[in-house]
Design a binder for this molecule. Structure first.
Ligand code: SF4
Ligand code: SF4
Length: 319
């Protein structure tokens, strides 16, 4: 039996189960994606029907105007496939010191997306791109046939535009199965060597992200009879040094309808931030959701954030 995650954190420091300060607003533009990866925690696919609309985006832009130091982290699904993606990016220009887009890279060569890489550059977006391995067979097994080759071509195109040099390009590694990532520093060195030697690719940082046992990845674990073993593994590898740095202490996640969550994983399992009266908070309630000392909504899947070196949307937490 795995101990309750929240209690485990509280025992180390009661402050660790509470919100600290808002640094990052993460927007999930919906579950539409050109891929259908095996580990996808949001269950995204080309059939995704959740699509963030104009009203939520405009509220976000107004919020950024009032909170000018807030980092904007744009994710999905495949955020670029939201028909209002360009509108959102143009509307938030100059309102945030750092705007990140989580790209699956393959969207770059989809028909009708020829404008995309130039647009990234013109808008000065930071690219955070999924590449779960530098070996073709591992990427294609996890993400689908041909994805590795398309990703490499996209990275070369981004490099040619200055990404990985004067513009920031970060890659995301996630384990290809039910295990915890190794050292982020060592993996980054291996990625840099292999991608440069084989394909001439440069990038800035590698973020290691542990798979959360939810969504399509949970279904996969259950089909293998490996769910309990994986959760146990995460709990056994609990790292107290990562515990105080869990990203939900400084990040709020917004879904396509404007509802608020402590992170994208909570969003995927339908565990929203609620107010004192039990109502689900929306983007207009951000000030109360992001108040210092507010309780976080934590559950057992949270062990993915504290295993090994820890894990967050910007990589390891205790390196
Ligand atoms: S993991 Fe990313 S690229 Fe793969 S289906 Fe999910 S949203 Fe799309
Ligand atoms: S899964 Fe989300 S809520 Fe849980 S510890 Fe990680 S960031 Fe926080």
């Amino acid at each position: 039996m795995v101990a309750a995650f929240k209690e485990r954190l509280r025992q180390i420091n009661p402050g660790y189960v509470k919100f600290h300060t808002l640094q990052t607003l993460q927007l999930n533009l919906g579950d539409r994606c050109n891929l259908s990866c095996r580990h996808c925690h949001v269950g995204a696919s080309p059939r995704g029907e959740k699509v963030m609309g104009r009203e939520v985006m405009e509220t976000v832009a107004a919020l950024l105007t009032r909170r000018p130091g807030t980092i904007l982290d744009i994710t999905g699904g495949c955020p670029e496939l939201n028909p209002l993606f360009r509108h959102l990016v143009e509307m938030t220009a100059g309102l945030s010191p750092r705007r990140m887009v989580r790209s699956n890279l393959t969207v770059i060569d989809e028909p009708g997306m020829e404008w995309l890489t130039r647009f990234y550059r013109e808008q000065g977006l930071v690219i955070v791109a999924s590449l779960p391995c530098y070996q073709e067979e591992n990427v294609d097994r996890q993400r689908g046939g041909g994805v590795f080759g398309r990703s490499i071509a996209a990275l070369q195109q981004l490099n040619a535009m200055g990404y990985g040099k004067e513009l920031e390009l970060n890659l995301v590694y996630n384990p290809g199965g039910d295990f915890v990532a190794g050292s982020q520093r060592h993996l980054e060195a291996a990625y840099k060597k292999e991608l440069l030697e084989r394909y001439g690719i440069h990038f800035n940082n590698l973020f290691t992200i542990t798979n959360a046992p939810i969504g399509r990845f949970r279904e996969y674990l259950e089909a293998q009879g490996a769910y309990d073993r994986y959760l146990n593994q995460l709990a056994t590898r609990f790292n107290p040094d990562a515990a105080g740095n869990i990203m939900c202490r400084t990040l709020v996640s917004v879904d396509w309808k404007g509802f608020l969550y402590n992170c994208d994983f909570n969003q995927a399992i339908g565990l929203p931030i609620t107010g004192d009266d039990g109502s689900i908070l929306k983007i207009d309630d951000l000030e109360s959701a992001a108040r210092t000392g507010t309780d976080l909504f934590l559950a057992q899947h949270c062990y993915c954030c504290t295993a090994g070196e820890g894990s967050s949307c910007t990589g390891a937490l205790a390196v």
